[in-house]
Design a protein around this ligand. Structure first.
Ligand code: NAP
Ligand code: F7E
Length: 348
């Protein structure tokens, strides 16, 4: 097998798990990395090898969804069989602060990438399969359980932009006969989850408070409910969608939801602390419009793709707390030896 995949958003949580999966399956993997003033490849450093080394199958390219010309050049150069569009300003709360940027990257950025792939297909007569990273946030205020037939009612600039991207992708499938799948993925987490999403914010704080590195955790709405699964399971669904005979749209979810409060209980139980002593509410973390309850019905993915989640929410929290305890332990050692100064991070 000599298949080439292009992952936009390879440095993110999902991009890193997907790159691992595709490398295991024998793909040559190309990823798009944003230029930053600091290294932003921490999640993929363990699978990266210098391109001068023999047998390297992972290649990185500088690019950005806001730069259509660059996207086009990368697609032409890589000649991918599969493109996974995971790139996004993916934080819902931040999308209220940066709505234009979010729409440009998430909605128009998807359009730019679709155009680049369409033109490459026209010129080369090659087929490219395209995965679009849709989100349960698109359902917004629609009552649970949500499935592929549930209407969209987005509640944030992020969600509205994902709806636009979803319809751009659907339109390109219908208009140009392209093989495009919209995954509608419910929340999925892991030890690699960004530290400003609520599960990771909680598991990280529980570990740091346990080791005396922090004393308080400030949060917003504790009543929101989400259907949280494990990212490693969800990237498998992305790949399975692109291996099907026909392009289609799929909800990917566990079918079980928990509240933020329940997440707190599970995480702090792991470190044998009472969360109520440490958590304080901060209205800065509330959203101008909230999504109260997301709970997915993934029957279609189960029946048509044979996809199933393998990790329960309590197992996921346990995995994340264990990882964050290890990180906090390392930080504590460095601080005690004077090699690391005390510092705080800006977080949402
Ligand atoms: P993530 O950790 O935030 O990763 C997002 C990726 O997009 C990162 O590689 C990021 O680069 C990149 N990116 C950001 N702005 C970009 C731009 N202007 N041009 C190109 N790339 C850009 O998100 P994730 O959790 O892995 O999620 C992957 C995708 O699935 C996203 O589209 C997200 O919206 C969607 N999604 C996520 C979930 C979930 O629960 N995780 C659920 C449904 C849908 P940097 O590393 O440089 O920031
Ligand atoms: O919030 C509440 C918050 O930021 C979950 C993204 O991957 O999944 C993610 O979006 C809930 C919300 O994820 C804090 O109000 C309370 O109700 O972890 P989150 P999200 O907004 O569901 C979807 C599927 C995506 O597509 C997105 O890309 O937790 N919450 N207090 C808080 N949330 C945060 N971040 N921080 C708090 O302090």
């Amino acid at each position: 097998m000599n298949r080439r995949a292009l992952i936009v958003g390879i440095t993110g949580q999902d991009g890193s798990y997907l790159a691992e999966l595709l490398l295991q399956k024998g793909y040559q993997v190309h990823g798009i990395v944003r230029r930053a003033s600091t290294f932003n490849t921490g999640r993929i450093d363990h699978i990266y090898a210098d391109r001068h080394e023999p047998d390297t199958r992972l290649f990185l390219h500088f690019g950005d969804l806001s730069d259509g010309t660059g996207m086009r050049r990368i697609v032409e150069e890589v000649k991918p069989n599969e493109v996974y569009n995971l790139g996004a300003q993916s934080h819902v709360r931040v999308s209220f602060d940066e709505p234009e940027y979010t729409a440009d990257v998430v909605a128009t950025g998807t359009l730019r990438l679709l155009e680049a792939v369409r033109d490459y297909m026209l010129g080369s007569k090659q087929t490219v399969r395209f995965y679009q990273a849709g989100s349960s946030e698109m359902f917004g205020s629609e009552a649970p359980p949500q499935n592929e037939k549930t209407p969209f009612h987005p509640r944030s600039p992020y969600a509205a932009s994902k709806v636009a991207a979803h319809w751009f992708a659907t339109n390109y499938r219908e208009a140009y006969g392209m093989f495009i799948c919209n995954g509608i993925l419910f929340n999925h987490e892991s030890p690699r989850r960004g530290e400003t999403f609520v599960t990771r914010k909680i598991t990280r704080a529980a570990a740091r408070i346990k080791l005396g590195l922090d004393h308080k955790l400030h949060l917003g709405n504790l009543d929101a409910k989400r259907d949280w699964g494990f990212a490693g399971d969800y990237v498998r669904a992305m790949w399975q969608m692109l291996q099907a005979d026909q392009p289609d749209d799929f909800v990917v979810a566990t079918g079980v939801s928990h509240s933020v409060r329940q997440c707190l209980e599970l995480a702090f139980q792991e470190v044998e602390l009472d969360w109520k002593k440490y958590v304080e509410l901060d209205s800065r973390y509330l959203r101008p419009a909230e999504v109260d309850h997301l709970l997915g019905d993934a029957s279609k993915a189960r029946e048509k793709l044979g996809w199933q989640p393998t990790v329960t929410f309590p197992e996921l929290v346990k995995m994340m707390v264990a990882h964050d305890l290890e990180l906090a332990g390392r930080e504590q050692t460095l601080r005690l030896s004077g090699q690391l100064q005390e510092g705080r991070r800006h977080a949402w």
